[in-house]
Design a protein around this ligand. Structure first.
Ligand code: BGC
Length: 757
């Protein structure tokens, strides 16, 4: 049954959607078997965040209620539908997932919760919805009783479509016909996905050893032990080779079961492990663009260049929602709100894999790090998070919900703990939240040695903050049973896992499920049917850093820069002005503008083939560059952080001290215009520089296309409503840090701030 239930804003049903939604049904397989834990979704306009979701129970039955998400979800209505109908509301409020109120007149794109206020002042949660941006229309209803019925109108502008989808891992998703929001849709029969038959036929050739090898991802070395092939090999932050996949193809000849071994690499901002690649702004800058279409195009470029460099598995996108800017990985996330992780994460996965695996250049994408990497106390990398489940669900889970709906093939477990539970052994979240509630059917990969028991606490080798397992073998058992499907760079993983299966500690069914997930991803990414990779992209070195690709990155840079201050019409700079670039020893080092994960891990080389530095880009535009400050009308000062990655980037003090601030103030007092371009992986309290400058540009880590910075400074940029906005609240007063806010305050620049010129 394929039918779209079209709602017109005039349809009565739409009016009562929120209030009377009560869809029931029973899910069965063609064999007649009842299906438990089928995911049932009510989607508005195909949005990745469902309006309502439910799971079928042991008798296959489901009940879909408004905003009925998993237990503890912020959007779970506190009142039953019938009670809501009977309530009178004196007013309404729209809140985002961080609890911040918004005006109905100009609501940014995102996920919101509608609250009703009763005449006696009680606040009722009416449910969660997704909004495309712009004014939120409330129906014309004049009766207070009727107003409550309008959540439907809020989420369904006229002509929008509502879909009821039922899906379950291993079956084809079914769109179910329904004619009212309050009915029993009867029996929904799910057909087995024929892909599973293909997986069966491969698995029939595999014994226990072959399966365990398939679950193993060692560092690049051999492709197997001569008899059994590994599932994957990787290089960490510091290695890369363009010949791994071709050697792998040759190696397959000597194996009887020829399952391609994937080659995993971090491509955090473009295929930045490859010399000459197009290097995009890090995700924090992409978040500032607010342009999900641009993110999709950027990730498409990354996938194509990855294939051109013979990489078929990307450890990205990172979709943390960093809450404390002390964290060294803040720049890996798109911003401090769930909506950025949702919009941008899904867009990037679409760029990597296509829409449900239809892109010829598709790679295997890995959403990471699940769950709560951005939620750790004090922003300590790999630390513990004391966040409650409702905060985790409201802030940190939606990105994964969208990633799963977009069909992400892999998810990486996180190093952090949640209230003491290391995420590699957290069955409640890996198997409960991710695989069951969200219905993720790809594979979970562990992070780098993340399931080993640490013998050297503090060494950042996986369990530094408290693995409690006595031995590595115990850790492997716990992690696999919790839901990890592939181990990354684990020492004795193969022997440990085999022992654990033979002793019954890890059930054979768990191994079969893990291998099935890995093979499913390989089939969908076309790795099983095309060992050579896509002919148009695989090994095509001419694609790497092409003019066309660099143009996308340059556009991203222009749209990512956030103007925090612009006095005395400092920007845009006239191309005829006498411009002096100060801070060139910092700025000529293009590694600084690229940041970590660029041709290496935590540092970046100063010379990056194909990259344009900000001073050289300025020199191409400014017709009257001068070589001394004294001769200048305008001084562009480029400064900022130097590259770092992971825990090496953790800081205690958010203040950025800059030795040149006093000198800049002197120049300013002499009537010169001071424009500061601040390069950083996160907001820093930079008050002294802000004061010393007429204009201050938060440039994040823009990557290889310094020309995008020059475009912005000299006015070759057309602002649109959404772009060039803060993805994080920017601190101006340490005493109130960390803070996440959309409200104006002398103590910070709010989330979403960004001046126009
Ligand atoms: C990081 C991951 C990365 C992996 C492989 C780990 O240290 O946490 O994000 O994918 O290394 O390089």
């Amino acid at each position: 049954m394929q039918m779209r239930y079209l709602i017109s804003s005039l349809l009565l049903t739409a009016n009562v959607f929120a209030a009377t939604l009560n869809l029931t049904g029973t899910v069965k397989a063609e064999s007649g078997d009842l299906i438990k834990d089928a995911v049932v979704l009510l989607k508005v306009n195909g949005n990745l965040i469902a309006y309502a979701r439910a799971l079928s129970d042991a008798s296959g039955k489901f009940t879909l209620l408004p905003g009925k998400e998993a237990p503890g979800e912020i959007a779970t209505p506190i009142a039953k539908p019938a009670d809501i109908l009977a309530m009178k509301f004196a007013g309404y409020q729209v809140m985002d997932l961080k609890g911040r109120s918004h005006s109905f007149n100009n609501l940014p794109q995102g996920i919101y919760v509608l609250l009703g206020k009763t005449e006696r002042g009680k606040i009722v949660n009416l449910g969660k919805f997704y909004h495309k941006g712009g004014a939120l229309k409330i129906g014309e209803a004049t009766q207070k009783e009727q107003k409550i019925k309008n959540l439907a109108k809020l989420v369904t502008a006229s002509g929008d479509s509502i879909q009821l989808i039922v899906r379950k891992t291993g079956y084809l998703p079914e769109e179910v016909e329904f004619s009212s929001f309050n009915e029993d849709v009867g029996t929904v029969i799910l057909k087995r996905d024929s892909l599973e038959d293909r997986i069966d036929s491969v698995m029939a050739l595999m014994n226990l050893d072959a399966k365990i090898y398939q679950m193993t991802q060692p560092l690049v070395g051999s492709f197997g032990n001569g008899t059994y092939l590994y599932g994957s090999v990787l290089h960490g932050g510091d290695g890369y080779s363009s010949t791994i996949l071709s050697s792998m193809r040759n190696a397959l000849n000597s194996y009887s079961v020829k399952i391609p071994v994937t080659y995993g690499k971090d491509m955090m901002h473009g295929a930045a492990a490859i010399s000459g690649a197009t290097i995009f702004p890090h995700n924090i800058g992409m978040g500032a663009t607010r342009d999900s279409n641009l993110v999709r195009r950027a990730c498409e470029v990354t996938a194509k260049e990855s294939w051109a460099g013979n990489v078929d598995l990307i450890f990205g996108p990172a979709i943390p929602v960093p809450q404390n800017e002390r964290w060294g990985r803040v720049y890996e996330g798109f911003g401090e709100t769930a909506e950025l992780a949702v919009m941008m994460g899904a867009a990037c996965i679409r760029g990597y894999q296509g829409d449900k695996y239809n892109a010829p250049w598709r790679v295997i994408a890995t959403a990471k790090h699940f769950l709560g990497d951005g939620a750790t106390d004090n922003g300590v990398d790999r630390g513990n998070s004391s966040a409650t489940d409702s905060v985790l669900r409201a802030l940190h889970l939606p990105g994964y919900e969208a990633a799963v709906e977009q069909g992400v093939l892999s998810v990486m477990a996180s190093f952090n703990q949640i209230r003491g539970t290391h995420q590699h052994v957290d069955s409640e979240r890996l198997t409960g939240w991710l695989k069951t509630e969200l219905g993720f059917d790809g594979y979970v990969i562990g992070d780098w040695a993340g399931i080993s028991n640490s013998t050297n606490p503090g060494s950042h080798d996986g369990c530094s903050y408290g693995c409690t397992t006595p031995t590595n073998r115990d850790a492997v058992g716990r992690a696999i049973n919790a839901g990890v499907d592939m181990g990354m760079n684990e020492g004795d993983f193969v022997t440990n896992l085999k022992t654990l299966v033979n002793s019954g500690t890890v059930p054979q069914a768990r191994i079969d499920d893990a291998v099935r997930r890995i093979l499913r991803a390989k089939f969908r990414a076309n790795r099983m049917d095309n060992i050579q990779g896509p002919a148009e992209y695989a090994g095509k070195a001419n694609l790497i850093g092409s003019t066309e690709h660099r143009a996308v990155a340059r556009e991203a840079v222009r749209k990512s820069l956030v103007l925090l201050k612009n006095e005395n019409s400092a920007l845009p700079i006239s191309k005829a002005a006498k411009v002096y670039v100060m801070g060139t020893s910092y700025a000529n080092n293009v590694g600084n503008q690229c940041g970590g994960w660029t041709l290496g891990w935590s540092s970046a080389p100063s010379d990056i083939p194909g990259a344009t530095s900000i001073p050289s880009a300025i020199a191409q535009v400014a017709t009257a560059s001068v070589s001394t400050a004294a001769a200048a009308d305008v001084i562009v000062y480029v400064t900022g952080e130097v590259p770092y990655a992971e825990w090496e980037g953790d800081i205690e003090d958010i203040t950025f001290p800059d030795a040149n601030a006093t000198q800049l103030s002197t120049y300013k007092s002499q009537g010169k215009k001071i424009v500061t371009v601040f390069i950083s992986g996160r907001p820093r309290e930079a008050n002294s520089l802000l004061e010393a400058s007429d204009a201050f540009v938060a440039a994040w880590l823009p990557g290889s296309e310094g020309a995008g910075v020059a475009d912005f400074l000299f006015g070759d940029h057309a602002f649109d409503n959404r772009s060039n906005k803060l993805p994080h609240t920017w601190p101006r007063n340490k005493a109130v840090f960390p803070v996440n806010s959309t409200e104006e305050s002398p103590n910070w620049f709010p989330y979403g701030f960004g001046l126009r010129y």
